[in-house]
Design a protein around this ligand. Structure first.
Ligand SMILES: [Mn+2]
Length: 335
């Protein structure tokens, strides 16, 4: 990954472009790459692709995600080199900490302390709600997924795409663009490049999300049967919500998020919310909508972040307390 252009001077603190991010990476002796807590495919794919490229170039690289949750087994599909470690095993004082798809330090979970122990830090993100927390950041809210920014950095590093990198990047691209529903021609062009480089969408997406335990059918039916519609919420646009209790969330950790798409399909121009109880009286709330009201604003006000049409937050309390807070924020975002 060295070669022509590798003599670029290190950029100063603050915002950097992909070439500046590449210069920071080239100067690192070892790298810990961290995605946000409860990683989605964009966080995981970005972090794994970047670490895999570094690893293959001979730079010691590790990937982790903040606990307390165990690392999801489904991430192994993207990580044939086995670079992902539990947060309890992540290097204590890396030379460089890189965060991928992390909009605020809070989203690092129990790895937030690495911001202090790492010699340098670099945040790579595309959230409009990004709040600077690293020494340097490569942030573009116009990018439909963080993997596009990682792809640009790999280009600056001179990394050749291979099937492992292509699969990790494709997983994030496909997921964060809603299966290329948004992201425009830029996303489709990168998708084509990644398929040419060895990502095989049908097999990959089946491995990642296409198979579920049989017991999920009954559990999902129970969750959907509990869904409620509130036509007056969100300034009259409406809210459709459902809740996953802690038992179901524990048994079907990787499955439950798909429900929010089913809620959204019934929400018209309104908002869908899935409340998942990750531990007793601790909730992870996923919000989906049309972009109006701006769910990034709503989630940020409640301690999370995201995008106008897809956002989320985590918060303690009872289900009904969270719903009360959510209804109030949706009302003020539309008022
Ligand atoms: Mn993302």
């Amino acid at each position: 990954m060295s070669g022509p252009g590798s003599d670029q001077p290190l950029p100063g603190p603050g915002p950097v472009d992909p070439a500046g991010a590449a210069a920071v990476l080239r100067a690192a002796r070892d790298v810990l790459v961290v995605g946000h807590v409860r990683p989605d495919a964009d966080a995981a794919g970005s972090a794994i692709a970047l670490a895999t490229a570094l690893h293959r170039a001979g730079v010691p690289a590790t990937v982790s995600f903040g606990g307390p949750d165990p690392v999801s087994a489904s991430l192994a599909v993207l990580d044939p080199d086995g670079l992902v470690v539990p947060s309890t095993s992540a290097p204590a004082a890396p030379d460089l900490l890189v965060t991928c798809d992390v909009s605020s330090a809070h989203r690092l979970g129990d790895l937030a302390g690495r911001l202090d122990t790492a010699r340098e830090s670099l945040a790579v993100d595309h959230h409009a709600s990004f709040t600077p927390f690293a020494t340097r950041h490569l942030v573009d809210p116009a990018a439909p997924a963080t993997v596009l920014l990682v792809r640009a950095v790999l280009g600056e590093l001179g990394t050749e795409l291979d099937p492992v990198l292509a699969r990790a990047l494709f997983a994030g691209l496909y997921t964060d663009t809603g299966g290329f529903r948004w992201g425009g021609s830029e996303a489709l062009r990168l998708g084509a490049e990644l398929v040419d480089a060895g990502a095989e969408p049908r097999g990959l997406m089946r491995e990642l999300t296409g198979t579920r335990p049989f017991g999920w059918l009954a559990a999902q039916a129970a969750v959907l049967a509990g869904a409620r519609r509130e036509p007056a919420a969100a300034g009259g646009a409406g809210l459709v919500w459902a809740a996953v209790d802690v038992d179901t969330a524990t048994r079907f950790r990787d499955q439950t998020l798909t429900v929010v798409g089913q809620l959204l399909a019934t929400a018209g121009d309104g908002v869908a919310a899935l409340l998942t109880e990750s531990e007793p009286d601790m909730w992870s709330v996923s919000l989906r909508g049309t972009g109006s009201p701006d769910l990034s604003r709503v989630a940020t006000a409640l301690g999370g972040g995201g995008h106008p049409a897809a956002a989320g937050f985590e918060r303690g309390g009872t289900r009904d307390e969270l719903l009360t807070l959510l209804r109030a924020e949706l009302a003020s975002a539309t008022g």
